[in-house]
Design a binder for this molecule. Structure first.
Ligand code: WT7
Length: 660
């Protein structure tokens, strides 16, 4: 391991590992919980356990003959020979089994408009969309780019694709036209589904212009663009290419038979940042993904689909919005809430107002949101009735014990009665893993603030040292997964070598997640953040190299280095160090220009919080940038050991330039 990939074992983490607080489930909760301790025993069976889950949780068009084929490792095949349709499992079967009147989605728009879809209504909507997409020439195996806000049409589009066997590639609405184009090109998408825009902080915000921008340059594969009318703002129109959703989906037939697709048929591609400049198209397939997402949604959240109201606040542009908005809640027949806007519009109590209004019982969100609410103050949630909440979930980044305790007391506190407080499940997983891998089980596990704790039943997670040996309790190392799992990525779109190299080459026969982790004295797992060049800003994954490439693509920049600096609210923040070209003026303007340039190249979410203009960058004799030292500067710490630098005075030069 090079200097830069060593695991941080700072004081903060040492303190964490001495966390003494334990919160066992209340007797009442444990008595009604769906998960039991036996589940862990059953999970030890591996593929056989998953085969049982697959048959119990899904309805198969044709049963499978083999649970797992690992003969071409690391390329897995799960539920071999089985035929299954994701949309049928999420929709039709509930209607056929008499649950058609149950609410599938309560939608609330940012301006306060609402729509409710029962399972019967959502099924019809998806059948119409499937027919409409087919009428535009989309067939099984074709790729469809989805660039939509959090409106029901997003889920309808994803399920319509799944129904016909087309592969969706959702691109987060916060990504730029350039980022959208590179994803369209990589997947060779035939259709783009977008909207005129959405609402953000009380104002209409546009999306269609980014699609127009992405498709401006010829040489792409897109034949049609379907546009949902959401905010009614005027849009540019390309005749022959653009169609309003209402004009094509509206008149489509509401009859459509779902065919069973092969268990390993591609379900979706989702791009995520890696350690190089080019985002990776993570490929997920059907049977395994559906099985493990449905399993985890049921057991991690103690889902009682007849009575619970589930709210996962993630955008469909991220994997959480795939696994726990578009698929698993519907596959499990649950009722969920979908909210379009920001948490502070029109006031900072909007989320709590929604929870009161829809009687949300399971809330699943990110630590960055919790820390923001902490900043806004406990008086705000205190104004609302949150007594419907039974289970709280956290995802995307480590949750610090202070935020964990606030979440428990203020959001899950149920008026202060300690015996009815909601358990918190801190779920560790990744775009690549598809579904929860490490999490407590409510009703079974005694929760510990700040720790994701234990591997899910049927999942073989371990913490290993440099040599790939399991570490003893009380020690740190790297998080790995020792056995294949159903929702694992099946590869990187169009790049099998990169798949092997990225995840399977660091340790023999183990999946390397890229995260540092520790086991405490009880054997519980604590996640310590990425050990590679990937940052986590507000639970969003960003690559240092990708932002560096964006910066150096600007004519004013000669060299750039990017680090993630710890930030109280967003977890990490992007801090860039740039060397300007001789001719470029060093003033505030250049910083603003470069921030906007990154927003244009990648998206506003990647904008550096700070850009520091420096005369030199610290490099080792072999030319590798020592980000560790830059991180010290960015976090305002005394700079660490700089003796391996090619020029040890560089850190002083940088410090001097920043004092100017
Ligand atoms: C990376 C994956 C999982 C869906 C959202 C993010 C970090 C995720 C946790 C957690 C500590 C976490 C890891 C991981 N991460 N959940 N509960 N505790 N860290 O998906 O964009 O693929 O990012 O997010 O560093 O590798 P993603």
């Amino acid at each position: 391991m090079s200097e830069d990939t060593r695991i941080s074992t700072g004081d903060a983490f040492e303190n964490l590992l001495h966390e003494e607080r334990r919160f066992p489930p209340s007797e009442h909760f444990a008595a009604h919980a769906i998960a039991t301790a036996e589940l862990y025993e059953q999970g030890k069976e591996g593929p056989g356990f998953w085969a049982r889950q697959a048959r119990e949780l899904l309805t198969w068009h044709e049963d499978f003959s083999q649970a797992l084929d690992w003969s071409e490792a690391p390329f897995a095949k799960w539920f071999v020979g089985g035929k299954v349709n994701a949309a049928y499992n999420a929709l039709d079967r509930h209607v056929e089994q008499g649950r058609g009147d149950r609410v599938a989605i309560h939608f609330e728009g940012e301006p306060g408009d609402t729509r409710t879809y029962t399972y019967a209504e959502l099924t019809t909507a998806v059948k119409k969309a499937a027919n409409a997409f087919e009428s535009l020439g989309v067939a099984k195996g074709d790729r469809v780019a989805v660039y939509l806000p959090m409106i029901p049409e997003a889920v309808i589009t994803m399920l319509a694709c799944a129904r016909i066997g087309a592969v969706h590639s959702v691109v987060f609405g916060g990504f730029s036209a350039d980022a959208l184009r590179s994803r369209i090109d990589d997947a060779e998408a035939k259709l783009v589904v977008t909207s005129d825009g959405t609402y953000r902080r009380g104002k209409p915000s546009a999306l269609k212009p980014a699609v127009d921008g992405a498709l401006e340059r010829p040489g792409h594969t897109v034949e049609n663009v379907v546009v949902v009318k959401r905010n009614g703002e005027p849009v540019e129109w390309t005749e022959g290419r653009d169609t309003w959703w209402d004009d094509v989906v509206g008149p489509a037939s509401d009859e459509h038979t779902a065919e069973g697709h092969d268990s390993e048929h591609p379900l979706f591609i989702l791009y995520t940042s890696g350690t190089t400049g080019k985002p990776k198209g993570i490929l997920h397939t059907t049977g395994g993904f559906l099985t493990q997402t449905a399993f985890t949604q049921k057991y991690t959240f103690d889902l009682h689909p007849e009575t619970d109201v589930f709210w996962c606040t993630a955008d469909i542009g991220w994997v959480t919005g795939h696994s726990y908005v578009a698929y698993s809640p519907l596959v499990n027949g649950a009722t969920q809430l979908m909210y379009e806007g920001t948490p502070d519009t029109p006031h900072q109590g909007r989320w709590w107002e929604l929870i009161e209004k829809y009687k949300v019982s399971i809330l699943y969100t990110a630590p960055t949101a919790i820390r923001t609410f902490m900043k806004w103050g406990r008086d705000i949630p205190a104004k609302f009735d949150l007594s419907s909440i039974r289970v709280l979930g956290s995802v995307g980044e480590p949750i610090n014990p202070e935020a964990w305790m606030w979440y428990r007391e203020i959001i899950g506190g149920n008026g202060g009665r300690s015996d009815t407080r909601a358990p918190i499940v801190d779920t560790w997983w990744q775009t690549e893993t598809g579904a929860h891998m490490v999490s407590p089980l409510p009703g079974v596990t005694a929760c510990k603030p700040g720790s994701a704790q234990v591997a899910m039943p049927g999942i073989a997670v371990d913490v290993v040292d440099e040599m790939g040996q399991s570490v003893p309790n009380g020690s740190g190392g790297y998080l790995v997964i020792r056995e294949p799992w159903p929702a694992m990525l099946r590869g990187i779109w169009g790049d099998p070598e990169r798949f092997k190299e990225t995840y399977w080459s660091r340790f023999d026969n183990m999946y390397f997640a890229g995260d540092g982790a520790k086991r405490d004295e009880d054997g519980d797992i604590w996640l310590l953040g990425r050990v590679d060049d990937v940052m986590n800003v507000s639970g969003h994954r960003l690559s240092t190299t990708e932002i560096e490439s964006a910066l150096v693509s600007h004519p004013s920049v000669a060299e750039a280095a990017v680090v993630g600096a710890s930030d109280e609210t967003t977890g990490e923040a992007v801090v860039a160090f740039v060397i300007l070209r001789g001719s470029a003026a060093q003033d505030d303007d250049v910083v603003t220009t470069l921030r906007n340039h990154v927003a244009k190249e990648i998206g506003p979410i990647a904008k550096p919080r700070n850009i520091l203009v420096v005369p030199e960058l610290p490099k080792t004799r072999s030319g590798k940038i020592m980000r560790r030292l830059l991180k010290d500067v960015a976090e305002g710490r005394e700079v660490g050991d700089a003796t391996t630098l090619s020029d040890p005075t560089i850190m002083q030069q940088i410090a001097a330039s920043l004092r100017k």
